[in-house]
Design a protein. Structure first.
Length: 231
């Protein structure tokens, strides 16, 4: 292999590993941030579900109280009719009819409120499960970072000086080219597979291929700028 290619490869191998480690570390941190956001959302949903249940329960209690009042009222009016003590019989009859209509309506509302309470209880149970899950996810994400943080930092601490040494050893003419390749987030080293570049599929001329295979010269792919490796 041509010496330029060896020098580039030494830098590239370090950079590629550094990229992987940094991406892993960022991914672990991102997972924690996402889990924290999910937990906050689950907390808010839980509070809302608790409040919704309290509201519907209060409405149900109020409805029950009103229903009790109307029922008592109808009973006493009916008693006056039955015992002949109503001052105005027709008016008392009309009042019973009117109270009965209101009682029907309150009973129907009561049935809907009972269903509403059940739905709110189910929603609250679901919100509690979601919050529990969010807590577990955050704990797992935190544990994942904790277990990988030190090894990642340690490995980076070992690679960075190696990378520095490889960079110093790299020919000055190649540095801007390599830097440019990194800036474009392209692989620095590519393979020629079936006479085309493995990164961008640009045709690799036969003479270039032969030069690279024989280690006579370092060539860059004319498409993506990657240095061609011998197969
Ligand atoms: Zn290419």
């Amino acid at each position: 292999m041509h010496q330029d290619l060896v020098a580039i490869s030494n830098v590239w191998q370090c950079d590629a590993r550094i990229d992987v480690l940094k991406a892993e570390h960022e991914g672990l941190n991102r997972a924690i941030k996402e889990a924290e956001a999910a937990l906050l959302a689950a907390d808010a949903a839980l509070t809302a579900a608790q409040s919704a249940l309290a509201t519907v329960k209060a409405a149900d209690r109020a409805n029950t109280r009103e229903l009790d009042d109307y029922t008592k009222n109808r009973r006493s009016t009916q008693q006056m009719i039955d015992t002949g003590t109503a001052p105005d019989y027709a008016a008392a009859q009309r009042q019973v009819a009117s109270l009965s209509a209101r009682i029907d309506s309150l009973e129907n509302a009561g049935l809907e409120l009972i269903e509403g309470v059940e739905r709110a209880q189910e929603a609250l149970a679901a919100a509690e499960r979601t919050r529990l899950q969010a807590t577990a996810t955050l704990a797992a994400a935190t544990a994942a970072l904790k277990s990988r943080d030190t090894p990642i930092r340690k490995e980076l601490g070992e690679i960075l000086p190696r990378r520095e040494a490889a960079w110093v050893a790299l020919d000055a003419d190649l540095k801007p080219q390599y830097f440019d390749q990194r800036r474009k987030k392209k692989r620095a080293l590519v393979l020629s597979i079936d006479r085309t570049c493995s990164q961008c599929s640009t045709f690799v001329p036969p003479q270039v291929y032969l030069d690279v295979e024989a280690g006579r010269e370092a060539h860059r792919c004319t498409g993506c700028g990657g240095w061609l490796l011998p197969t």
